[in-house]
Design a protein around this ligand. Sequence first.
Ligand code: UDH
Length: 288
Amino acid sequence: QNIPDKPAEAGEEAILPDCPETPPDLQGNIDVSFAHTAPEISKLEADNPLVKDGGHYKPPYCKALCKVAIVIPYRDREEHLRYFLEYMHPTLQRQQLDYAIYVVNQAGTGKFNRAKLMNVGYAESIKDHDFQCFAFHDVDLVLENDKSIYSCPSSPRHLSAGVDKFNYQLPYSAIFGGVTELTKEQFQKVNGYSNSFWGWGGEDDDMFNRVKFSGMNIIRYPMDISRYKMITHQREKGNEPNPKRFDQIRRTKDTMANDGLNTLEYKVVSKQKNKLYTNVTVDIMAPA
Ligand code: UDH
């Protein structure tokens, strides 16, 4: 590979060679631990000098094969976010992706709505860059093997197949929560996530149904590399299990066309480009 002797300036990307299919700096297993105190943001910024402008990184010496938005549904998980940034920024850089991190922060104390926040992340991120794919990512999951590359998938991909909390085994074969990735085309085809799952649970199964009813299948990496460590936590107020979820996921086929990206309504309270992530604080009209 022809490696230029200096990083590309804006406008020069076109002349960079494509990044290789297999990034050369992958290390395989990553030793992830939450035993230490999560580093301060200032330290994380100093550790990731090439990440800037809203948590955006591009490989300096080659043209990334994929442009990915990492979308995190979020409320009041400050320490989890710092662990996430600590481990995931270096990993995503070794994967030679052109990526940016969007933290979609639900304003207020109303019922949490993970799926609607992810729709907002999609809608806000495409205003900033022409992302080709979207990794929807719980803040409490940290990847333990960088060979699980967040590249644009041929079919919707379930990334968090193995999680330590579940002994690195799939709890059920149709699980599609935690960390998932879809291309822009795939996400539009399913009309995004439902906006109607308030409280915990069901929105991920509804998305599995959307994928299936749109004629697609989900794919996964092999279990030996689909490995995540979860940061343990208690259930928050406002995220109690949604009692309507079972009924809702029985009706996906009828509801998906009229509940999703095409009916998404929200108000951006603030959008701020921090160095390591873009923070979008959003009013999603949550019931108490
Ligand atoms: N999230 C927040 N804030 C909240 C709730 C959820 O940021 O108040 C986000 C966060 O990205 C999280 C994701 O939504 O990773 C999923 O929510 P969750 O972590 O509550 O869901 P999970 O199924 O845990 O991982 C359910 C509660 C388990 C309680 C176990 C007590 N031992």
